[in-house]
Design a protein around this ligand. Sequence first.
Ligand code: AMP
Length: 194
Amino acid sequence: MRLVLLGAPGSGKGTQAARLKADLGVPHISTGDMLRAAVKAGTPLGVQAKAVMDAGQLVSDDLLLGMLEERLAQPDAKAGFILDGYPRNLAQADALDHLLTKIGQPLDAVVKLDVPNEVIIGRCEIRFAAEHRKDDDPAVVRDRLKVYAEQTAPVADFYARRGKLQVVDGVGELDDITARVKRALSTETAAANG
Ligand code: AMP
């Protein structure tokens, strides 16, 4: 299964991906986690990305594509993947399309977790208190939501136009949301099989 999880920051993509990966038998690839690991390790990429991430803006498309291409070339991604945090704009959606065509691994499904902004803001406040991620600071969250609305929301339309997008209600109990995503994926698989 090759799946893209879409949704605003704090919509629960990471939480749901972590729950789905065992079921689907594929790795959870979070570009945000990869970037945070690079920042922590102090790699050149991490040093370049840090200030941009702290400000809630997007790191350059070129850096992301190189990082993703390397990750998808690893053996565990041959079985498929759950992509979380990529693509974040239309240029990345195009780049992903080309990359997946090149490696002969087209997407099976795109699921968007739909969560209203008020709920997102509340969740990020809780995560800020617990994890102190600079980009969960309420002022930065507002900027991240703006970046999402301007740059990432069109990505959902991009997949909707291709008949690939499934929108799932991302509010409620975690188990219920996971069940909704699985239901969406089984419909997708049934449709693909005929
Ligand atoms: P996330 O954990 O997915 O919310 O990502 C945290 C931060 O990493 C984002 O606010 C961006 O600064 C950066 N980032 C993660 N994924 C991408 C991406 N696909 N393109 C650009 N920047 C990204």
